[in-house]
Design a protein around this ligand. Structure first.
Ligand code: NAD
Length: 253
């Protein structure tokens, strides 16, 4: 049996693909041959240029604000109108709000839960409905977090959302594995993106975090690409419901 990581002829929807981890995942999947629907609120110019430079999959920007579920049906429909298919969904868009739990506001709770959990569920549902109607399998990759396993501090809604996302990944895997849909998650460790800027700018937190990472450095976004390609490809066809840490060894410590 030949193991295949090839995504030629597949279409992937990647949310929050304009920057950070979403951009790196979109570029990696395109490098493996997939066409990418770049979903998000703002310009995808940088990602579009990187994908064009890679010379394999093509891409298209689909504008959507995932703070509500209102654009979700349109995201799937626009993808289908573009390439007539949708095989892979990467739920990457996410936000974080930092404040002590005793001061945490309802808005900071709701805003984070809406993007990180509610929209993820309903976009996965819309995507799976399409696959099931077509009688086809597919791949869903949720971007979880170390806070799917640990508590953290000063990020109550983020920890709740990412812990919830791990549970949702397992539930959807149980419901849809029999339909040929693989639902898995990647739990990135500490990566150099906007999401972690506040931590990297705090000398004490930065030193404490770095001191605990066995690999000895913050993750570079492109170090996440291989795990995404694996979970999007036929090589992972019998992998269901896992939350795969890509964390420089953080959780092993
Ligand atoms: P980032 O802030 O650079 O990227 C977040 C992305 O989500 C951006 O593209 C942003 O436009 C998009 N987004 C946010 N709100 C949106 C909305 N309402 N509608 C559409 N798109 C929206 O941060 P990142 O680190 O690249 O984060 C990507 C994912 O990885 C997030 O889910 C984050 O929680 C997760 N994550 C990051 C790290 C890390 O160390 N950077 C660690 C664990 C998990």
């Amino acid at each position: 049996m030949t193991i295949s990581f090839d995504l030629t002829g597949k279409t992937a929807i990647v949310t929050g693909a304009n920057t950070g981890l979403g951009q790196a995942i979109a570029v990696a999947l395109a490098g493996a041959g997939a066409d990418i629907a770049l979903v998000g609120r703002s310009s995808m110019e940088e990602t579009e240029a990187a994908i064009a430079a890679g010379g394999r999959g093509k891409c298209r920007f689909i504008k959507a604000d995932l703070s509500t579920i209102e654009p979700i049906k349109d995201v799937v429909e626009q993808t289908l109108a573009w390439t007539s298919r949708a095989d892979i969904l990467v739920n990457n868009a996410g936000i974080i709000r930092r404040s002590d739990a005793v001061d945490f506001t309802e808005a900071d709770w709701d805003d984070v839960m809406d993007v990180n959990l509610k929209s993820v569920f309903f976009l996965s549902q819309a995507f799976a409905r399409h696959l099931i109607a077509q009688g086809k399998g597919g791949k869903i990759i949720n971007i979880a977090s170390l806070l799917s396993f640990q508590g953290g501090i000063r990020i109550p809604s983020y920890t709740a959302s990412k812990s919830g996302l791990a549970g949702l990944t397992r539930l959807l895997a149980c419901e849809w594995a029999g339909k040929g849909i693989n639902v898995n998650a990647i739990a990135p460790g500490y990566f150099e993106t906007n999401n972690t800027e506040a931590l990297r700018n705090d000398p004490d937190r930065n030193a404490a975090i770095l001191g605990r990472i066995p690999a000895g450095h913050w993750g570079k976004p492109d170090e996440l690409g291989g795990a995404a390609v694996f979970l999007a490809s036929p090589a992972s066809d019998y992998v269901h419901g896992v939350v795969l840490p890509v964390d420089g060894g953080w959780l092993a410590r």
